[in-house]
Structures are given as C-alpha cells and as structure tokens.
Ligand binder design. Structure first.
Ligand SMILES: [Zn+2]
Length: 262
C-alpha cells in the first residue's frame, strides 16, 4: 500500500491504531529496524555523532573507526573503543528498547517469534539488555574479536589496562563491531529480508546507512507491508514510507497500546 507521499502525523492516530490492531489480529508479523536514535536517550553516541565527542590523541573518531587506522595506531584506536565501551557498559535501556523487547516477547510467548523481525545497526547491546533478541548487523561492542584467527572474547574478560588487547595468538583484537569500512553480517541481513510482516517500523535511523535504505526499498518494492517511520526529523527514508510519525520513539511507540492485544 506504499503511496508516493507519506501521511505525516505527530501522534499515533486512531486510523493507525486500527490498521495496526487489524494486522496483529490476523497474526501477521511486525518488523522493526532500530537505528542510532533509539539509543540516544540512553546516552549512546555513534561514530557519526563524533563531532560532539572528545578527540583521542588529536584524532577524530571517524578516523579511528577504520581497520586501516587500527593497524597503524592500535593504542589510540583502542582509547576510543574503550571510551565507547565504557559508555555502553553503564547505559540502561530506554523506553523504546523496553517496548520493542516487550512486543517481541509477546510474539515469542505465543509461539510466533519467527514472525517478529528485529534488526538493529546499533552495537551497544541495549536491545538485548532490555530482553529482546535482535539481529545485530553491526555487531556488539561487549565482545572483541581477533583480526586473524577470529577468536571472540568477552570485553569484560580482557586486560584493558594495556592497550591494545591481544588474542592468545598474539594478534591485535578489534571490538566485535562493524567499523566504518568494515564488513557486516550479510547472513543476518538476508535472513531478515525473508520474513514477511504486516508492518515495518523504521525507528531513529537517518537512512545514510545503505543497509536501512536497501532494506526499506526491498520491502517497498514487495508492496506487502505498511511502512511506518518514527523520527523527529525527516530522513533519507521518509519518501518510501506510508506513514511518518514525527516525534521521539519513546513517546510514540507506547501509544500503539500493543499491550492490550492478545
Ligand atoms: Zn587470534
């Protein structure tokens, strides 16, 4: 039902609630693409939010977030990674993380978990901390991985006093996240493309990232779902949506009153 121009609203209207509830009653799935905006209320910034961050040995975070720089200046890169990890470690899930986890768990408890498609480009692990099971396209900073032998370590188990931390094999570790010029988990991405949902929510993503853009283009081309963007600002994805709800997800998402649906 994708139209050329999305309908823009500022709260969840009765029409939207009815559309949503009708879809759920016939057992159709929900898809959610959660971007960086979902974690902003938890105090998490992204590589691209780097302008507000401190510099590390005089280098900007975007420069430190590449595999090349990690090879050239591992200690400085790790000062930056450690800064991100420490932010994530003390962060608590936002209302949005919790609502999403609650929706997914309702699907799972009804034996319909596979119809719930949750994708995130956030590497902060906050959806999991809230009790959700996301496909983490950009990995998770609570873990680190060897660049050579692919051994994975829990960040908490590493000696982070001496940077960079190293693998048993002697090679430098990288946080288990997708750096700016790095590979993503194509498996997770392709898997999520196969799930057919009645609704796809696009929450807190600017659409600069190709994965979000490709994902929603694919869904739109299939013309089988209602696409709903929740974002306080226009994004690159807005034009592909059926509905746009202009506002913060923590205010908007609970208005769907999914808790009342059995
Ligand atoms: Zn190794």
């Amino acid at each position: 039902m994708s139209a050329n121009t999305p309908k823009i609203v500022y709260n969840v209207t009765e029409e939207l609630k009815e559309t949503f509830n009708r879809g759920l009653m016939v057992g159709r799935g929900i898809g959610i693409f959660a971007g960086a905006g979902v974690s902003v209320p938890s105090g998490i910034q992204t590589f691209r939010g780097a302008n507000q961050m401190d510099y590390f040995d005089g280098y900007p975070p975007t420069y430190l977030s590449t595999l090349e720089t990690l090879q050239e200046r591992p200690e400085t890169c790790w000062k930056f990674f450690l800064y991100l990890y420490q932010l994530v470690r003390v962060a608590e899930p936002s209302v949005t993380h919790k609502v999403i986890a609650n929706w997914q768990n309702k699907y799972i408890s009804r034996g319909n978990g596979s119809a719930f498609c949750l994708i995130t480009t956030n590497f902060d692990g906050l959806l999991s901390k809230a009790g959700a099971i996301p496909h983490e396209l950009h990995g998770n900073i609570n873990k680190a991985k060897c660049l050579v032998c692919n051994n994975v370590y829990s960040m908490d188990a590493l000696d982070l006093q001496n940077l960079p931390p190293k693998c048993e094999c002697g090679q430098i570790l990288k946080p288990n996240i997708t750096l700016l010029n790095d590979y993503v988990s194509e498996d997770a991405y392709q898997q999520t493309m196969r799930i057919s949902c009645a609704f796809y929510f696009c929450i807190g993503t600017s659409g600069v990232n190709n994965h979000a853009a490709n994902f929603f283009k694919h869904i739109k081309d299939k013309k089988m779902a209602t696409l709903i963007e929740i974002n306080p600002r226009p994004s690159y994805l807005t034009k592909d949506m059926d509905y746009v709800i202009r506002g913060n997800a923590e205010d908007i998402l609970p208005q769907f009153e999914y808790g009342q649906i059995n």
